[in-house]
Design a binder for this molecule. Sequence first.
Ligand SMILES: NC(=O)c1ccc[n+]([C@@H]2O[C@H](COP(=O)([O-])OP(=O)(O)OC[C@H]3O[C@@H](n4cnc5c(N)ncnc54)[C@H](OP(=O)(O)O)[C@@H]3O)[C@@H](O)[C@H]2O)c1
Length: 329
Amino acid sequence: MNKSCYAMVVTRLGPPDVMQYESVAMPVAKDHEALIEQTAIGVNFVDIYLRAGQAHAHNPEPPFVTGVHAVGIVKQIGNAVTEVKVGDRVTYTNAGVGTYCSHVAVASDRLVHVPNNVSDERCTAGFVRVMTAQYLLKQMRTLHPGDKVLIHAAAGGTGQVLVQWAKRLQLEVFATAGSEEKIHFVQALGADHVINYRTQDFAKEVARITGGKGVKVVFESVGKDTFMSSLECLEPKGLAINFGTASGQVENFALQTLHAKSLWICRPTLRTYIADKRDLQAMALETFEILGDPSFRLDIEAVLPLKEAAKAHTMIESRLTKGAVVLIP
Ligand SMILES: NC(=O)c1ccc[n+]([C@@H]2O[C@H](COP(=O)([O-])OP(=O)(O)OC[C@H]3O[C@@H](n4cnc5c(N)ncnc54)[C@H](OP(=O)(O)O)[C@@H]3O)[C@@H](O)[C@H]2O)c1
């Protein structure tokens, strides 16, 4: 095996070009680890938070490798590994290692086998996003057919998954997106009411369409620019799930804001929902049912070489992407 491998290293916190393509030492799998030769790497918004230093307690000090998800082949296993063998095709996320690299040693209990009917690219585009949609739609609030929900950034990687899955659950979907092209895309995914939140007051639109009643849950991934207006969209006892902060964090929030309508808010992360390896495997099973279904749309905006990770980040931060971006090491 080669004695070296390569990685996009975050040399300091900052804009996309702080990532430098470097040759690094080949990792060696310890007792409970497997060495993975990566074949495709997912680009998720959290990679940007990490690179820019916005991931709070979880932000490593540079130099480090960003990224939370990849697919690859097991090349070597440690003495105590039972879950996988050499040659297996696996994926992993939130395993405590950076993924923008050619090879990585991962704790074997974080690995999930990828079924043959799911390609590397589709897995990297969708695994984290479908796992996320799984807990958001099925583990946070009981939703019944006909319930109204609002999904922000619905043309994005996670947004498009949420819209389609919500429609499969027969929910009435209100969705927002940031350009006319994205509006058409989200309509084609089946959303019932699509609002351009850069040109329209989405809270007023939701109030108009629902006759002032509001929605049961808001899936809120934009944060600073939308969160307070999202609360206005909720029915009494409604739930706002702030699961992302693409526009910045919600700061100085006054708890009393929730009082008048007895609202609920929460700030969850996939990491917690898959911390237990049994939960990880159960959610992955359901996720691969979705990923293995060709009628479930998962658009890939671009497939780029790992060396062009900065370009991938720039595209996403400029709000130019619909669907996912994938890196190939
Ligand atoms: N907590 C969790 O467990 C978890 C797991 C996965 C993802 N997430 C979150 O889910 C969100 C979506 O992630 P993703 O990887 O699928 O990304 P993405 O949705 O493909 O891209 C982010 C989208 O956010 C919208 N946006 C609004 N304001 C923005 C701004 N100021 N800068 C950049 N984008 C802005 C843009 O859509 P428009 O142009 O339509 O506005 C953009 O396309 C992120 O916030 C991410 O952190 C959370």
